[in-house]
Design a protein around this ligand. Structure first.
Ligand code: SME
Length: 156
């Protein structure tokens, strides 16, 4: 079976979140959908931006217990936040400053989440035990997934 992220996951999310705008509920179900749908993934979830301390705090996720605070600009998540660009990391051990929360993780993708008014919500973070697990095709699908998620929390 291919590990390619199936683009249908975005339609599944859209249906799953239909009619609900609660942030915690939607992030919780989105992380569960990612974890139960994607193959070869050991952690999927969210870090939320806290403007008062300019850092990220652990949000809803599926996987092993994880680091609670990540500074803006630190690690893969903080870099995604600071640069507002997706971080596609084929080998986390080659990423300077990578924060090892789960020793099983070898590849990672982080997609920044920003509301339509420019408010930084945080980042979506997905880890895999397999180096090179995420492709640029997967990135396109997961960025689309993130846009759909934002659509559901934007008018909350
Ligand atoms: N590896 C991340 C930290 C979060 S865990 O992967 C869940 C990072 O470098 O920011």
């Amino acid at each position: 079976m291919s590990d390619r992220v199936n683009p249908l996951i975005t339609a599944q999310l859209d249906a799953l979140l239909y009619g609900e705008t609660n942030l915690v509920a939607n992030l919780s179900n989105a992380s569960a959908l990612l974890k139960q749908t994607l193959t070869d993934v050991n952690w999927a979830g969210f870090y939320l931006y806290q403007p008062e301390s300019d850092d990220l705090i652990l949000g809803p996720f599926q996987g092993n217990v994880a680091c609670v605070h990540i500074e803006n600009g630190s690690g893969v998540c903080g870099t995604g936040l600071a640069t507002q660009t997706t971080q596609l990391v084929p080998d986390v051990h080659a990423f300077a400053g990578h924060i090892a929360c789960d020793s099983a993780s070898n590849a990672e993708i982080v997609v920044p989440l920003t509301l339509s008014d420019g408010t930084k919500l945080g980042v979506m973070d997905i880890d895999s035990p397999t180096k090179g697990r995420f492709t640029s095709e997967d990135q396109v699908v997961l960025e689309d997934f993130a846009r759909t998620l934002l659509k559901h929390v934007d008018n909350a």
